[in-house]
Design a protein around this ligand. Structure first.
Ligand code: NAP
Length: 245
């Protein structure tokens, strides 16, 4: 079956390998925001031109099913996938790793609905704020006077005075996170609810060092889209689509 995997994440790359092994013809699609994504071997790079562009693509490329394996915060792409699937009559599945709502420390964090809420909460702390929210949301935090922004890839954009950028790609160990938070004397940590284990050690490190955590909640999923948390769940769903399709 020809399957379009909307990726841009480690989960997406791993899923493509699993589906190919299971005998599917896989088209991996990435937005191409980072060099790592652009260099993903064999991937289709770049946007489709909104939901209607994606619907056109699904028809012309004869895609039988779409798996939306984009990052939990790539809300626009997930919304487009749901709409396009409806327009083109192609079933869409969402693959999303579980978030940190059920993490054992979750009730000790300040949960906020968006980045502007996180910036307001962070402004209540004097000292250096560690931002681990990726590159794109950083403008929402520009009023903070002292920031260390950790990003996977930096693209030489201007940063406010008092800010520093730390380029680093996970996974991060607990020892490394303790060292970073301790040596930089971090006053507050801002994270988004990405979930998974690759970047979770910072949460334990913050707890051990008494650093407050501000957590941006996940955006709402488009309604009516089935969601699974594992690659096996995707394989099973595709088998069911194949039988009923
Ligand atoms: P977004 O705001 O949801 O998407 C913006 C636009 O980028 C989409 O409308 C689409 O353009 C294009 N796009 C996004 N994902 C695509 C894909 N897999 N294939 C082709 N086009 C795609 O997404 P974002 O937050 O900027 O994230 C961009 C990519 O980075 C995503 O693929 C995501 O998986 C990955 N990523 C995001 C985060 C994050 O925190 N947001 C973290 C790690 C990785 P058109 O409308 O023209 O089709």
């Amino acid at each position: 079956m020809r399957v379009l995997v909307l990726g841009g994440t480690a989960d997406g790359r791993e899923l493509c390998a699993v589906l190919r092994t299971a005998g599917h013809e896989v088209v991996e699609s990435v937005a191409g925001r980072t060099a790592q994504a652009r260099e993903a071997a064999g991937a289709r790079v770049g946007g489709f031109g909104g939901a209607s562009g994606l619907a056109d693509y699904l028809r012309s490329a004869q895609i039988a099913a779409v798996v939306d394996a984009t990052h939990p915060f790539a809300a626009q792409m997930s919304s487009n996938a749901a709409l396009a699937g409806g327009q083109a009559g192609v079933p869409v599945l969402r693959l999303a790793r579980p978030g940190w709502r059920d993490h054992e420390l979750a009730d000790q964090w300040v949960w906020v609905p968006d980045h502007s809420g996180a910036a307001q909460q962070a402004a209540r702390h004097s000292g250096l704020v560690l931002l681990t929210v990726g590159r794109q949301p950083l403008p929402a935090y520009h009023d903070l006077p002292a920031v260390l922004a950790r990003v996977a890839e930096w693209q030489d954009a201007a940063i406010p005075a008092g800010w520093r950028v730390l380029e680093a790609r996970g996974p991060f160990s607990l020892a490394a996170e303790l060292e970073l938070l301790g040596s930089e004397q971090i006053a507050a940590l801002v994270s988004k609810d990405s979930g998974g284990t690759h970047t979770a050690a910072k949460l334990d490190a913050a707890h051990q060092l008494g650093v407050p955590v501000i957590m941006v909640a996940r955006p709402e999923l488009p309604s009516g889209v089935t969601e699974v948390a594992t690659h096996a769940g995707v394989v099973d769903w595709l088998a069911a689509v194949h039988v009923t399709g």
